[in-house]
Design a binder for this molecule. Structure first.
Ligand SMILES: O=C(O)CCC(=O)C(=O)O
Length: 247
């Protein structure tokens, strides 16, 4: 399976494309098992001053993680996802050969309260030298639906500039597009079943809703760059030593 000419044209036009059935259930199940074990250890050792960054404030009944950073560095199961030949071929068809993972994230979005991710552009966070050289492969580890907080995209917004983002007081990690910019951009949902991958351009506006369902919405985002792209002026610190060459 590769991206079809239609997929590529769609991506160029709207800034994202969703491909169902890239990973088998056995693979996503094994990754879920692994990140759950990692998450339990991580939460048990989390220093109080880092709770706001990692713990989901929307779930009141218990402590659950909102996210984990750089699973491609910490976990073999995710390193294998990032190197899966079919995925890598798709990434190369979008940004060109010689790709690396610069950063990666697990988004947990727990049932009954997992919080929303406000609209943003990845390229404001990453500050790449070439905005065309960044693509995120967002791998659904559970079915992502309207009810449990699938992604939403601003179709065509990747063809515009990267806007200055704002962060709520005390949440420097929660950079988001200002309402004055978002007001002009409709956002459309992109539900995807477990094992599917949503590829998004670094400039495209995207967000996800809260999870008010009884089902998890876990996902793994792999942020790839091509051979000539670096994070030159990042808004948050990214450890260049964790960049992993893939092809
Ligand atoms: O999974 C989410 O809720 C947010 C994902 C995201 O912002 C990203 O992959 O860049």
């Amino acid at each position: 399976m590769t991206l079809s000419p239609y997929d590529l044209a769609y991506y160029r036009h709207v800034g994202h494309v969703t491909v169902p059935g890239v990973f088998e259930a056995a693979t996503t199940d094994a990754v879920v098992h692994d990140i759950e074990a990692w998450g339990t250890e991580f939460l048990a050792e989390l220093p109080p001053d880092q709770r706001a960054w990692y713990v989901d404030g929307g779930v009141k009944a218990r402590d659950v993680l909102r996210k984990l950073d750089n699973p491609h560095h910490h976990r073999d199961s995710v390193r294998a996802l990032a190197r899966m030949p079919m995925l890598v071929a798709m990434v190369e068809s979008l940004i060109g050969p010689g790709v690396s993972v610069c950063f990666s994230q697990i988004f947990f979005k727990a049932p009954e309260g997992g919080g929303p991710k406000p609209a943003h552009q990845d390229n404001f966070y990453f500050g790449p030298n070439d905005p065309e050289g960044v693509v995120t492969a967002w791998i659904a580890l559970d079915d992502a639906t309207l009810e449990n907080g699938c992604l939403y995209f601003g179709d065509g917004s990747h063809r515009g500039p990267v806007y200055a983002h704002v962060a709520p007081p005390g949440e420097p990690f929660n950079l988001q597009l200002p309402a004055s910019v978002l007001d002009k951009q409709p956002m459309s949902p992109a539900p995807v079943m477990s094992g599917g991958v949503s590829f998004h351009h670094g400039n495209v506006f995207h967000q996800s809703g809260p999870n008010h369902s009884t089902r998890w919405r876990r996902a793994c985002a792999l942020h790839y760059v091509n051979a000539h792209t670096r994070f030159d002026h990042p808004a948050l610190p990214y450890d260049a030593a964790l960049k992993q060459r893939i092809s």
